[in-house]
Design a protein around this ligand. Structure first.
Ligand code: DQA
Length: 154
């Protein structure tokens, strides 16, 4: 895969999979009480401080998420991706990520390795630049920092 150097002021897509739009009310014991809108604001703010512009999206639809990954690949746009449950079984998502042309960081709010057995497998990790998990919503900030570092290196 070819990674292209991207202007550090450029866009980063922060893509979120199914059920993440329900953050705040969804299993607060696992995911905390921060709403999805709060997470989106956190990402936009963290990106701004890193000299990036974050566009934050969420979908429950696998086809829409695959389409966004194609858009990122075609536009050489770095991605922070929380694939949510798709992490564990979506080969379609994995194949879309494999086409990436810029850094892509897999993020998780919880630590899937410390949860149910089915969450211990990520079918996307091998085609991501790296994975950050288990730091609550701060995982997104760490992922944006990783994107900024990788762009600066390239
Ligand atoms: C998650 C972990 C996944 O196992 C789960 O299906 C999610 C959220 C996380 O951010 O911790 O929906 O990706």
């Amino acid at each position: 895969m070819t990674e292209r150097s991207v202007d550090p002021m450029s866009e980063v897509l922060v893509l979120n999979g199914p059920n993440l739009g329900r953050l705040g009310s969804r299993e607060p014991d696992v995911y905390g009480s921060t709403t999805f809108e709060d997470v989106a604001a956190l990402c936009r703010d963290a990106a701004r401080r890193l000299g990036l512009h974050a566009e934050v999206r969420q979908t429950d639809d696998e086809a829409e998420l695959v389409g966004w990954l194609h858009e990122a690949a075609d536009g050489h746009i770095p991605v922070v991706l929380n694939p949510a449950a798709f992490t564990h079984y979506s080969y379609a998502l994995r194949d879309a990520i494999a086409q990436r042309t810029a850094p892509l960081i897999e993020v998780h709010i919880s630590n899937p390795a410390a949860r149910e057995e089915f969450r211990h497998t990520s079918v996307v990790a091998a085609v991501a630049s790296g994975t950050i998990a288990g730091f609550g919503t701060f995982s997104y900030v760490l992922a944006l920092q990783a994107v900024a570092e990788l762009l600066a290196e390239s």
